[in-house]
Write a protein that binds this ligand. Structure first.
Ligand code: UT7
Length: 334
């Protein structure tokens, strides 16, 4: 049965985004590590990225993006039933969504974090939709936000040039027809070592017989070439699967909205799917890879620029650590 026939309908009725004010361009980065604007721009398409200052918590940019999304949807924080924060860089490992709930004044909403790295927004979109389709909640605020600059090894030129900080948000509401047309989510933990930000325990003896591990999270490590290969192979597959579930063909896609990891990945995926470049949304040049924020940030920019119009069919896909990857096909607006 096509996925849109299950339960109640979901519409994405608002979006918003926020990035830190400080920008670092490739020229500036070449003062940090041995690199060049030529290498970064030709290999990734990135020209600059925004970086959060030490005083800016994740919840601050997340809340700003959320407020914009609520405004566009024409609702107040009190209308929100559920807040999902997709992030890998919370202010608090116990979760940051509740702090956003408090700062927004969304006192009726239950709030929790969801971690699926750069796939977090797509996983969150599908998760949020299930609560609406079952009738459990009618209004969900989904935020994708990350401050990976806090977890990058700034001496590793293979990774530090890629990432930027930011937040994006959408409002999902119950609707008579279902705008989430199809999805496909995947995980493969056997390849976890290709990209991680792992906790490294240091043994600490509490008594003669009891030793626990107390350490820290170590900065991001990535096998770039393998992750690149994985993305170019797996992302078209899940998009095709999700389109099949939506009963749509590639020609009916108005916009390809991929996780903004590398312009070459966007181009290769579009080429494999025969989607022309004018349908590919990219804000990589200005923001780099903002992890869970990258899809809603690019969505928000394209909506506010008037590119995406109500009813447009968007094929979105996230991919990254876990490994995780997934696609969601949705129509923008009510
Ligand atoms: O959001 C999570 C998902 N992440 C991704 O999707 C990332 C996927 N991977 C990629 O986007 C690409 O693999 C990278 C952009 C990370 C790297 O591009 P690449 O074309 O695969 O480069 P490479 O790793 O094969 O490195 C080529 C050369 C190496 O030099 P040698 O060994 O050939 O002499 C690197 O040492 O480029 C060198 N290099 C650099 N040179 C200048 C690596 N990083 C840099 C740098 N500046 N920043």
């Amino acid at each position: 049965m096509p996925q849109q026939q299950l339960g109640l309908g979901v519409a994405i009725t608002g979006c918003g985004s926020a990035v830190p004010s400080t920008a670092l361009d490739n020229e500036g980065l070449s003062q940090v590590v041995e690199t060049s604007d030529e290498w970064i721009s030709s290999r990734t398409g990135i020209l600059r990225r925004r970086l959060a200052d030490p005083q800016t918590p994740l919840r601050a940019i997340a809340a700003t993006a959320a407020q914009q999304a609520l405004e566009m949807a024409g609702i107040t924080p009190l209308d929100v039933d559920l807040i999902i924060l997709a992030t890998s860089t919370p202010d608090d490992l116990f979760g940051t969504a509740s702090q956003i709930q408090a700062s927004l004044g969304a006192s009726s909403a239950v709030a929790f974090d969801l971690t699926a790295a750069c796939s977090g927004f797509v996983f969150g979109l599908v998760t949020a939709s299930q609560f609406i389709r079952t009738g459990a909640y009618s209004t969900v605020l989904l935020i994708g936000a990350d401050i990976l600059s806090r977890w990058v090894d700034w001496s590793d030129r293979r990774t530090c040039v890629l990432f930027g900080d930011g937040a994006g948000a959408v409002v999902l509401q119950a609707h008579t027809s279902d705008r989430l047309l199809g999805f496909e989510l995947r995980s493969d933990g056997s390849q976890n070592e290709l990209l991680n930000l792992a906790y490294q325990p240091e043994p600490k003896a509490l008594t003669d017989t009891v030793t626990i591990g107390q350490g820290t999270f170590h900065p991001i490590t990535m096998n770039g070439q393998e992750v690149y290969r994985f993305a170019v192979k797996r992302v078209p597959e899940v998009i095709e699967k999700a389109l099949f579930r939506a009963n749509l063909t590639v020609n009916q896609v108005d916009w390809l909205l991929l996780h903004q990891a590398n312009q070459r990945i966007l181009d290769a995926v579009a080429q494999r799917l025969s989607i022309p470049s004018h349908k590919v949304l990219s804000n990589m040049a200005d923001h780099g890879n903002t992890s869970a924020a990258s899809i809603p940030l690019a969505l928000d920019e394209a909506v506010r620029q008037g590119k995406i119009q109500p009813g447009d069919v968007i094929a979105s896909a996230g991919f990254g650590a876990g490994l995780t990857w997934g696609a969601a096909i949705f129509q923008w607006g009510r």
